[in-house]
Design a protein around this ligand. Structure first.
Ligand code: APR
Length: 237
């Protein structure tokens, strides 16, 4: 089976009703990013940050995977698929994808404020635990914080993602503005000769690094339909 690696971003979940970050009216227009998505913001006002992510978790309960997520899961019928996602929602999981690397963390988990990557302290929340409070403590005695990679923090999962991307025969970029590193740099690890596709309704500025990129200028669901068609045509030719 050929190896296919997906790099998804906020646009993947847009049709589910989850806001993107940098489109007009996006999350970073409505909330100061330095207050809610940096370690400094968290230190200055942990309650505000905890509540911001409580709100995101509440929203998770009201949204469903869209056709795009389902079609990404369907790729597993014909390919060995790894999904590398910048999204903190769980919509790829709920659509049935089996191998998912969450580069920027997961809304459904909380962790130690001393060391977010201390696996002993990472806790998966059930929906009735989604409202995290000041005073909820991790086993190491620190405040439980959202298991989210904030700006300025390390992205340890990038190593697993690079390993996967280096082995890919097909690399599919979907719904990301490719503004945030190291995720955007994954394209540099795609081997020469691998096929690269990009699905986004808007033009995305990518440093193609010598790769020919097949751009499908559509939303995730329609773009995935077109991609599946293209892949089935190239398999039968
Ligand atoms: N289908 C596909 N793509 C879409 C759709 C859609 N329905 N709607 C919007 N898009 C595209 C936009 O055109 C844009 O290129 O999704 C992209 C969203 O870009 P961003 O908002 O910048 O989101 P993303 O690239 O995922 O951001 C990366 O930045 O602050 C952070 O940590 C956060 O993981 C996030 C990271």
């Amino acid at each position: 089976m050929k190896k296919l690696v997906v790099l998804s971003g906020a646009g993947m979940s847009a049709e589910s009703g989850v806001s993107t970050f940098r489109d007009a009216g996006g999350l970073w227009d409505r909330y100061p990013v330095e207050e809610v998505a940096t370690p400094e913001g968290y230190r200055a006002n942990p309650g505000l940050v905890i509540n911001f992510y409580n709100e995101r978790r509440r929203q998770l309960l009201t949204v469903e995977p869209n056709e795009g997520h389902h079609l990404v899961a369907e790729l597993e019928k014909n390919f060995d698929v790894t999904v590398v996602t910048q999204n903190i929602d769980n919509l790829h999981e709920r659509a049935g994808s089996s191998h998912i690397i969450h580069l920027h963390g997961e809304l459904t988990k909380i962790c130690s404020s001393y060391d977010p990557h201390d696996t002993q302290c990472i806790k998966e929340l059930t929906p009735d635990e989604y409202e995290v409070k000041l005073g909820d403590l991790a086993p190491d005695g620190s405040q439980y914080r959202p298991y989210i990679v904030w700006f300025g923090e390390a992205v340890p999962k990038i190593e697993d993602a690079i390993d996967q991307v280096e082995k890919a025969d097909i690399f599919l970029i979907i719904g990301t503005s490719m503004n945030v590193y190291p995720a955007a740099g994954l394209l540099n690890y795609v081997r020469p000769g691998a096929k690269v596709f990009l699905i986004d309704p808007k033009e995305v500025n990518v440093r193609s690094n010598g790769h020919q990129i097949h751009v499908i200028r559509k939303v995730a669901s329609e773009g995935m339909r077109e991609l599946l068609q293209l892949l089935s045509e190239s398999a039968s030719s």
